[in-house]
Write a protein that binds this ligand. Sequence first.
Ligand SMILES: Nc1ncnc2c1ncn2[C@@H]1O[C@H](COP(=O)(O)OP(=O)(O)OP(=O)(O)O)[C@@H](O)[C@H]1O
Ligand SMILES: O=P(O)(O)OC[C@H]1O[C@H](OP(=O)(O)OP(=O)(O)O)[C@H](O)[C@@H]1O
Ligand SMILES: [Mg+2]
Length: 302
Amino acid sequence: MNKDLLDGRLLFAIPKKGRLHDKCLELLAGADIQFRRPNRLDVCLVMNHPIALVFLPAADIPSFVGNGDVDLGITGHDVILEAEMQDQVTEIHRLGFGKCALQVQTPENGPFNSVEDLAGKRVVTSFDVIAGAYFAKIDERLNLTGDNKTKIQYVGGSVEAACALGLADGIVDLVESGDTMRAVGLHAIATVLQTEAVLIKSNVPHRAHHAPLIDLIASRIAGVIAAGKYVVCEYNIRRQSISEATAITPGRRAPTISPLEEEGWVAVSSMVEKKSVANTMDQLMKIGAEDILVFNLDNCRV
Ligand SMILES: Nc1ncnc2c1ncn2[C@@H]1O[C@H](COP(=O)(O)OP(=O)(O)OP(=O)(O)O)[C@@H](O)[C@H]1O
Ligand SMILES: O=P(O)(O)OC[C@H]1O[C@H](OP(=O)(O)OP(=O)(O)O)[C@H](O)[C@@H]1O
Ligand SMILES: [Mg+2]
């Protein structure tokens, strides 16, 4: 692509593959950021905004954003810390996907069942910066020095194979469902950190002229995230039960309450967190609510 085509455009980095890629495409669609990505091209122009999307490995995005090579990006909180870019980028929003934990794992029936047991031994990981700092503190606490310190070795992937191959006494790797860990006979002995996908912007000042567009994208993305988190719950209830109903469905500011044509009855409409809606409906039934309806949100600004 001709570099002039990118002039003046806000550069937005998106994971090109892996666990975060599909969710990012959904977010872009929800935020009405329209583009066509020609086969195998990693840079493409957005049709309805002065933006270019740059598709990069998730682990490279923190340094691209932190160094000001691109303005905005989506990646994991974990890889920002691993790239030591937390002071060069600002996390604008947590995005609610890519949630997992970075955990210290050892063979289930082995001799190392705490990080103190494992300290001084061989640890294999793709997160050698984070794991190195983590074990350095433990080594210091246990007065392990020189050759007795924990030996951290970097591998680029398939970390979980290291113990079975006899290359490691323990690993530090991501765990979501725990299926991978259990499948290879490992168990978690400590959690180093929790992570999820985040929207980040560069702290490099020469990109500041893009601030209004960054605010617009951030607000649209926040709307898409909130729309996935909430549903609208509507129901009818007797007027005398309004205060109980309001306690169960307080809404974000307050529920909308409108009179029904039938004397003594009102209709209530309120946003409710998706994850607790079944429980909310049970409670509404108990106070006599009728015709309880739940609607998904396509998009919102809240
Ligand atoms: N199992 C998982 N569940 C949830 N989020 C995850 C999981 N694995 C990784 N992530 C998140 O996604 C980010 C990118 O990891 P991912 O493994 O998808 O990228 P990749 O290694 O570039 O891709 P691939 O594994 O396909 O080569 C991680 O830094 C982490 O934030
Ligand atoms: O707890 P789980 O739900 O099993 O998820 C954890 C697995 O997901 C990631 O691997 P990924 O699929 O990205 O493969 P990779 O090891 O090749 O990066 C991570 O490295 C773990 O291996
Ligand atoms: Mg991976």
